[in-house]
Write a protein that binds this ligand. Structure first.
Ligand SMILES: [Zn+2]
Ligand SMILES: [Zn+2]
Ligand SMILES: [Zn+2]
Length: 96
């Protein structure tokens, strides 16, 4: 992805694995990736960036919602991989 340094304006293509911050090769200051042009969001589970995320309810009682990508959302409901993220109150019906 193309990153623009918010400090010095230097632009470069980033291929690393860090998600929230990278170090600008020009001024060596930290740059937040999440404030990119397209306002990408990070899936809480796979930590990949997406343009839009599904809202998954962890708790209806406390109205706790987490942002996850479509694939991980499916996995939460259809597999036992993410028991931690299953709704604690009642069974969540997928909206789609
Ligand atoms: Zn810079
Ligand atoms: Zn995901
Ligand atoms: Zn859900």
């Amino acid at each position: 992805m193309l990153i623009r340094c918010t400090h010095c304006g230097y632009e470069w293509a980033y291929k690393g694995k860090k998600i929230y911050y990278v170090t600008c090769p020009s001024c060596l200051l930290k740059v937040a990736i999440s404030i990119n042009k397209h306002d990408l969001k990070i899936c809480l589970i796979c930590k990949k960036l997406f343009e839009k995320l599904d809202s998954h309810h962890v708790s209806y009682k406390y109205n706790l919602v987490i942002g996850v990508c479509e694939k991980c959302h499916y996995k939460i409901h259809k597999t036992k991989l993410y028991e931690l993220f299953k709704p604690i109150d009642k069974i969540h019906k997928a909206s789609k």
